[in-house]
Design a protein around this ligand. Structure first.
Ligand SMILES: O=C(O)CCC(=O)C(=O)O
Ligand SMILES: [Fe+2]
Length: 212
């Protein structure tokens, strides 16, 4: 066994655990940096509802604090602002319980849609220390898969030689609040180009401090 050096935010072990309102399955994990593949995170109905509620509000993705159009991410996306639908409150509570961070630290849920050829090149989810947003930086991510992708669209971690294939209702969790910054840098990740079909995801980012 390799020695695990740092405390993590997520500390569930075993095959399954109870979140706010749903039993979550642990499918696979990498210990350091912690990357956990989770099953049974969203029901089919919830996946369908998130796509339905987002469909009419998709815009070409803008990236980062400046919110400028960028080649790094070619998908379309939208953020939910506040909890305009009760399903969002249910999901936010569950996600906060899974991520072990209070809901007040949650950004609005983001939904992204990729069509064939679209991708999200390798990036960090945390803001660089030179940006204003880094004062209350992101510390963890949950990417939830909302549909079955025909081909492609894996979430890949080039520094870890690891990738997760999208599967409806499942999710990949990772965190980057280590004091050893090289561990945070190893959470570099991207969304591989979709080859066939569409890929829909909902991403939850958590901040170090309350957003509200
Ligand atoms: O599309 C993916 O699999 C990754 C998405 C992602 O990295 C993000 O939303 O920050
Ligand atoms: Fe990301």
């Amino acid at each position: 066994m390799t020695k695990i050096n740092e405390q993590t935010i997520f500390h569930q072990v075993g095959n399954r655990f109870q979140s706010e309102d749903r039993e979550i399955h642990i499918i696979a994990r990498l210990e350091e940096p912690l990357v956990v593949v989770l099953g049974n995170v969203l029901s089919d109905e919830e996946c369908y509802e998130l796509i339905r509620l987002s469909k009419d509000n998709m815009h070409r993705s803008k990236i980062g604090y400046s919110r400028e159009l960028n080649d790094i991410r070619t998908s379309s996306g939208m953020f939910f602002e506040g909890n305009e639908h009760s399903i969002l409150t249910t999901i936010e509570k569950r996600v906060s319980s899974i991520m072990n961070i209070p809901v007040e630290h949650a950004e609005g849920l983001q939904v992204l849609k990729y069509t064939p050829g679209q991708e999200y090149k390798a990036h960090f989810d945390y803001f660089s220390t030179t940006s204003k947003a880094s004062e209350n930086n992101r510390i963890s991510t949950l990417v939830m898969y909302l549909n079955e992708v025909e081909q492609g669209g894996e979430t890949y971690f080039p520094e870890l030689n690891f990738s997760v294939s999208p599967k409806k209702g499942m999710a990949v969790y990772f965190e980057y609040f280590y004091s050893d910054h090289s561990l945070n840098e190893r959470t570099l990740h991207g969304g591989a180009p979709v080859i066939a079909g569409e890929k829909w995801i909902a991403t939850q980012w958590m901040r170090k401090q309350s957003m509200r």
